[in-house]
Design a binder for this molecule. Sequence first.
Ligand code: ADP
Ligand code: PAZ
Ligand code: K
Length: 251
Amino acid sequence: MIIELDCGNSFIKWRIIDAASQVLLSGVVGSTEELVRALEGARVSHELYHCRMVSVRSDEETACLEQCLAQKFGLRVLTARPASCLAGVRNGYVNYESLGLDRWMAVIAAYHLSAGACLVLDLGTAVTADFVAANGDHKGGFICPGLPLLRSQLRTHTRRIHYDAVASNQFMAEPLAPGRSTAEAVERGCALMLKGFVRSQVELAMAYWGDDYEVFLTGGDASVVADVLPRVRVVPDLIFIGLAIACPISS
Ligand SMILES: Nc1ncnc2c1ncn2[C@@H]1O[C@H](COP(=O)(O)OP(=O)(O)O)[C@@H](O)[C@H]1O
Ligand SMILES: CC(C)(COP(=O)(O)O)[C@@H](O)C(=O)NCCC(=O)O
Ligand SMILES: [K+]
């Protein structure tokens, strides 16, 4: 079995797949301790042989997690590394090492799935947009704060915006109606900002490629903007698809 890990800034997404890439178990955890508990549970029924990981956390944090997996489970972790070129995609950053590895994995996966021009949107702690031309040239992208950051900036930099952390989708029954409470006003306002952001990315993609491109959407908050993206491909495991290409494991 292969353990796959996607360490974002807020959450670690994990899953266990078999040699045929069938997903056997998966989860989302907030800390290394929680991950260890989840994997201890998983190893009761699954033998954990291999591990591959993509991390956008600091080198220290990533090394620490690798060490922990080695100690607790005897795993040697394959980690995604920056590259100027992979699977037909040329990294468009001036310094290719600076491109977030989660973005790189998502771009590799999207180009693999579309074999053509694509716009890749990832809604996590931050929201990222990346553009890949039909010939595999990554043109670069945009980064803006994601929903958790937009909310917390309002909470921490105003005196009177505070509301209980409740399921935010409870405010989304009428997402375009003006909010009639602080919680509604903030939740709907932040969602509208992200919808506006992704619409502007679609406009740019259309200016580049007309209708000849695909939109890929991933990340924990993908559902917030899915309705404003016509013909979008929502691929929750996009980063894992790229990770398998970047870190192949022969069985
Ligand atoms: N099962 C889940 N656990 C935690 N967050 C989730 C879950 N499903 C969706 N979310 C949403 O996902 C967002 C985080 O997205 P994610 O892509 O995991 O971020 P990151 O990669 O930056 O850690 C949170 O704002 C939360 O609203
Ligand atoms: C932009 C990001 C913070 C997104 O992280 P996430 O929201 O997935 O946790 C991450 O891809 C990152 O740290 N990138 C490095 C800077 C860059 O891509 O230019
Ligand atoms: K992201």
